[in-house]
Design a binder for this molecule. Structure first.
Ligand code: FNR
Length: 377
């Protein structure tokens, strides 16, 4: 904030909007139509995507005064990972469709701020390459059908320093996404590749060697056949627990009963998420799912939240309703597309500053001060 107003004295204004809703509009005009529709689009009629945003309007912050908020500290340690603020970059695949530096630009921006990045299984840069440039990092698993391949992916993630495994449960198959269907566009099929698979020894063995121009179609077929595993059940988590020593977080929880099952299965965390409305159109808004889930399991498991976070007030509301931290998806993909590494840094700094000011002006100076009494419906 200070930095921006001071630069303004020299006639300098920010390159990108500081309002992340506005950033989304600017991205609409500047990204390629395909990349834009891929990131902005959601499942079906996009009702859940809209509901995710609208759900924040139903909750209002009730500020308190005269509480000495001169010294503030929003840092937290989540599942052993220290964070400057309760904001995590969620997993977003194929980032090179937005900017040539893709995952590496995001890794550099996050590292510069000490923010944790969650690398997607569907990344367009291999996890070892990203690890070489990244700071604190978690790995997101799309659990493939082939168990040897799943074991290889998580083994590589552990070996390259990803500390928490985020297992996405809501995408056992790709949803009906009309914007992509109308363009017949699936980024994975467009040359940049699914590099965590391409670089995997188990994957390469299955297709008879490294991926080259000659066998790319075979690689894509093998990837498509392995992507997602609709036959998984809660019983399979015991196997995963043996393969991974660190914390495991289940992403895509929307029902309190599933939060209970996650506790029973010995998981360390959950992400209350509907994948930004990209999977089940008509599904409950993610924020609307949060209170019942924290009531059921908030005391026993680390509850994280995503889907629709765009402002500091949004983060504050999710924290007040029991989340320990939030993930963001689209905002940093837009930042990447519009400004590369600097664009991602811009998005993170705006959101962190907005959260800090929102909480200070509401009479809260640490995360311990943020509870249900911050909000009213
Ligand atoms: C995603 N998301 C996602 N999730 C995941 O577990 N693995 C992935 O590879 C991806 N890829 C992905 C691509 C794009 C373009 C988007 C927009 C989203 C979902 C993501 O992690 C997160 O749940 C949502 O993006 C959160 O909603 P917001 O912040 O976009 O509203």
């Amino acid at each position: 904030q200070h930095e921006i107003y001071l630069a303004g004295l020299d006639g300098i204004v920010p390159d990108l909007p500081t309002n992340l809703h506005r950033l989304e509009e600017v991205a609409g005009a500047r990204l390629t139509p395909q990349a834009h529709d891929y990131v902005a689009g959601s499942a079906g009629a996009e009702r859940t995507a809209r509901a995710n945003l609208a759900a924040f309007d139903a909750w209002k912050i009730v500020p308190r005064m005269l509480r000495d908020v001169a010294e503030r500290d929003l840092s937290a340690t989540i599942l052993g990972t220290p964070m400057p603020a309760p904001i995590i970059l969620g997993p977003v695949g194929v980032l090179r469709i937005f900017h040539e530096d893709g995952e590496l630009a995001v890794a550099r921006a996050a590292k510069a701020l000490g923010v944790t990045m969650t690398l997607s299984t569907a990344a367009s840069t291999a996890m070892e390459e990203v690890a070489a440039e990244a700071g604190p990092r978690w790995y997101q698993l799309y659990w493939p059908k082939d168990r040897d391949l799943a074991a290889s992916l998580v083994g590589r993630a552990a070996a390259s320093g990803y500390s928490t495994l985020v297992v996405t449960l809501d995408t056992c198959t790709l949803a009906w996404r009309p914007r992509d269907l109308d363009r017949a566009y699936l980024p994975f099929l467009r040359g940049i590749g699914v590099q965590n698979f391409w670089s995997d020894p188990v994957f390469q063995k299955a297709i008879g060697g490294p991926v080259t121009d000659a066998n790319r179609d075979l690689a894509l077929l093998h990837w498509a056949a392995n992507f997602g595993n609709p036959s998984l059940t809660w019983d399979d988590l015991a196997w995963l627990r043996q393969e991974w020593d660190g914390p495991i977080v289940l992403k895509g929880i929307q029902h309190a009963g599933d939060a209970r099952r996650a506790v029973d299965a010995g998981m360390d965390g959950i992400v209350v998420s509907n994948h930004g409305g990209r999977q089940v159109d008509g599904a409950i808004a993610s924020l609307d799912a949060l209170p019942a889930i924290t009531a059921e399991a908030g005391g026993e498991i680390t509850v994280l939240f995503d889907s629709g976070v765009r402002t500091g007030a949004d983060v504050a509301k999710a924290l007040a309703l029991g989340a320990r931290a939030v993930m963001i998806g689209r905002p940093y993909a837009y930042g990447l597309g519009l400004g590369g590494e600097a664009g991602v840094r811009h998005v993170l700094r705006c959101l962190m500053a907005d959260l800090d000011l929102t909480l200070a002006l509401s009479g809260r100076s640490t995360l311990a001060d943020v509870g249900p009494d911050l909000v009213t419906r």
